[in-house]
Structures are given as C-alpha cells and as structure tokens.
Design a protein around this ligand. Sequence first.
Ligand SMILES: NC(=O)c1ccc[n+]([C@@H]2O[C@H](COP(=O)([O-])OP(=O)(O)OC[C@H]3O[C@@H](n4cnc5c(N)ncnc54)[C@H](OP(=O)(O)O)[C@@H]3O)[C@@H](O)[C@H]2O)c1
Length: 269
Amino acid sequence: MTGKMGTAVVTGASSGIGAVYADRLAGRGYDLILVARNEERLKAVAAKVRDNHGVQVRVVIADLAFGADLVKVEDILRSDGTITALVNNAGVGGASPLLETDVEEMQDMIAINVTAPMRLTYAVTPAMVARGSGTIVNIASIVAIGPEILNGVYGGTKSFILGFSQSLRHELAGKGVAVQVVLPGATATDFWDVAGVGIGNLPSAWLMSAADLVDCALSDLDSGEFASVPSLQDIDEWNAYEAARQVMVPHLSSNTPGPRYTKKPAPVH
Ligand SMILES: NC(=O)c1ccc[n+]([C@@H]2O[C@H](COP(=O)([O-])OP(=O)(O)OC[C@H]3O[C@@H](n4cnc5c(N)ncnc54)[C@H](OP(=O)(O)O)[C@@H]3O)[C@@H](O)[C@H]2O)c1
C-alpha cells in the first residue's frame, strides 16, 4: 500500500538536513525512498522513521558521484509511478581557497552537488508534468548568493542550484509541479566536519539546528514560497535582491553598448 501522499525521494538522508526531511515528510504521510552511501546510518534513519510514522521506507545505497549508482537512482525516479516528491539534498562543501585545494576533489564536489541533482531532476520531471502534480525541493545554500564566504567551487555549485531552480520554476509554471529552492545558512550538521572546518570553530549565534531549518523550509513550501532562506531575519532584503534582478533582466541584451562606453571628449588644457 502507498502512503496517502505518494513517495518522496530524499538524497543524503543518512544524516543532517536529509534525515530531518525524511522524518518530516513521513510525518506528512509520504512513503520514502532514502538515498546515501553509508548503509548503517541510512538504515538507522529508515528504522526510526518507520517506527515513528508507520510509513513504507526503502533505502538505496548509492554514491551519487559514481555514474552507475546515479543511473540506478535515475531509473527508480523514471519507473516508480508512486514518486510524488524529490528532495535533492545530498551535498558536500569545503572552505579552502583555490591555491590550497585539490582540483580532483572539486571535480567530485561538482559531481555530487551539480551533476547528480541535475540528472535526478531530469529523471523525475517528465512523469510529474504528465501527471500535473509533484514537488521538487533543491537544497542550495546562502553561498549561492555569497560565493566569497566559503570555497569558491562550493559557492559555484550552489549558485548553479539556485539558477537551475529559478529556470525550473519558470519552465514548469502552470504545470502543477511545485519547485522550491532552500538556502540554508550555517546549520549544525556533520557538513562542517566533512568540509574540514570543524563545527566548533563557528560562532553558536550563526548555527541553526537542522530541525528548525527544515521546519521553516517546509512552512515556506506550504505557503508557496519559491526561495526559502530561514536564517535571514528580514525577508524584505531577499525580496529587494530579487526585485533588483527582475528590473535588470529585461535590459541585459542590446545591440548598443551602454552609454558609459561612449568616447568622452579629450580634456582641454
Ligand atoms: N550544514 C550547513 O551549514 C549547510 C549550509 C548550507 C547548505 N547545506 C547543504 O545541505 C545539504 C545537506 O547537508 P547537511 O548539512 O545535512 O550535511 P551532512 O550531515 O554531511 O549530510 C550530507 C548528506 O549527503 C550525503 N552524501 C554526501 N556525499 C554523497 C554521495 N557521494 N552520494 C550520496 N550521498 C552523499 C551524506 O550521506 P553519506 O555520507 O551516507 O553518503 C549525507 O547524508 C548539502 O547539500 C549541503 O551543501 C548545508
């Protein structure tokens, strides 16, 4: 039997933000397909969610940076007609500057943070559009608009997620598929240790719990908010940023260079 909400696929559900999404979506009546590499941790999350909410939970052990595993998850998204939601959450970060970073690690980061969510979105979207319903949540980061804050490739991957989500929302408007992008600020998860920063180095005033982050993002989803930035105290700052972008977009192509390039007359001495 399928949960009343269908099935939600959550990537990176073995810890942190993804594990909270698993719990909250199950609480909303979704069955789950949980994806990550660490089998023991993923099965522990699955067991807890089953116990707490009584929904069906399947685990898929997959390294999303590895082509064959990614194809396995894409196949599930294409073929399982019960899937109604995808949370593209799996990701890795970094804080080191370019001159101190191994480029192969950056390549892997792009595979996990960019290629995987892009391909999973391509896999799930046609069926959602055909059905006229579905939900896609993409976990970006505040570094999407502040790429100077951490490692630059990490910032670039999250800018991709923001831009891809903006385009997706535009393309899917009126097709019944909800698209949301979430921009967490610093969140208290394993992310910081994996990124080599050590969470103890961050001021506690910056750190939100994963539970608060996900609950706020889901509340924004319920209200139809496309971009969710739970740590931003004054949402008018985001609205002004978005409004400035909308003002500029129609002016970005022209057959004439801007007037600032017009030759100025030589100064008369
Ligand atoms: N924590 C923050 O401050 C923060 C801020 C902004 C955005 N974010 C974003 O939030 C998302 C979740 O991160 P988190 O904070 O919850 O950190 P986390 O606890 O380290 O969780 C990351 C998840 O991604 C999975 N993952 C990593 N590499 C993978 C791979 N190659 N294949 C499959 N799964 C993989 C991990 O599972 P396995 O190790 O079991 O594979 C884990 O479940 C990420 O996209 C991150 O960029 C986090």
